[in-house]
Design a protein around this ligand. Structure first.
Ligand code: MN
Length: 138
């Protein structure tokens, strides 16, 4: 089975457009499901990572909740071990906690990213996750 087949089979919400910025390693896609506004203050996006893809270390001033909808991935908070996340998992990320998320080396990952309290500001992007950090599953 090729990679694109596996991706398309998993998607509940549209996969969206390829993310093109300096804050991600590997190919990732984003479809905004709810845009940011001053009524809800809660933008929601569907994010899909190819195997090995991850975002940089970052913080959310208002926090973030991830709902894993497909595949398998990693989540890590600074100073803590890498955690494996999989379809059905809910990850609550407190405001200003430095962390990263992405796919495992051998699986894609799809998650819904809910930006809570978005009026507190945009994500603060930090340094890339090194291969050493990424491959440090204990
Ligand atoms: Mn995040």
């Amino acid at each position: 089975m090729d990679k694109s087949k596996k991706l398309s089979e998993s998607v509940i919400f549209p996969k969206g457009q390829k993310i093109i910025n300096e804050y991600f390693i590997g190919e990732t896609w984003l479809e905004m499901l709810v845009s940011n506004d001053s009524i809800f203050n809660c933008p929601i996006g569907n994010v899909t990572f190819e195997p090995g893809a991850r975002n940089n270390w970052h913080k959310h001033p208002g926090g973030q909740i991830l709902l894993v909808t497909g595949g398998k991935g990693y989540y890590q908070e600074e100073g803590k071990p890498v955690q494996v996340i999989k379809e059905g998992d809910v990850v609550k990320i407190h405001p200003n906690v430095k962390h990263w998320h992405g796919a495992t080396p051998d699986s894609w990952l799809a998650h819904i990213a809910i930006s809570t309290n978005a009026q507190k500001g945009d994500a603060e992007w930090l340094e890339p996750v090194t291969d050493e950090e990424y491959n440090n599953l204990q």
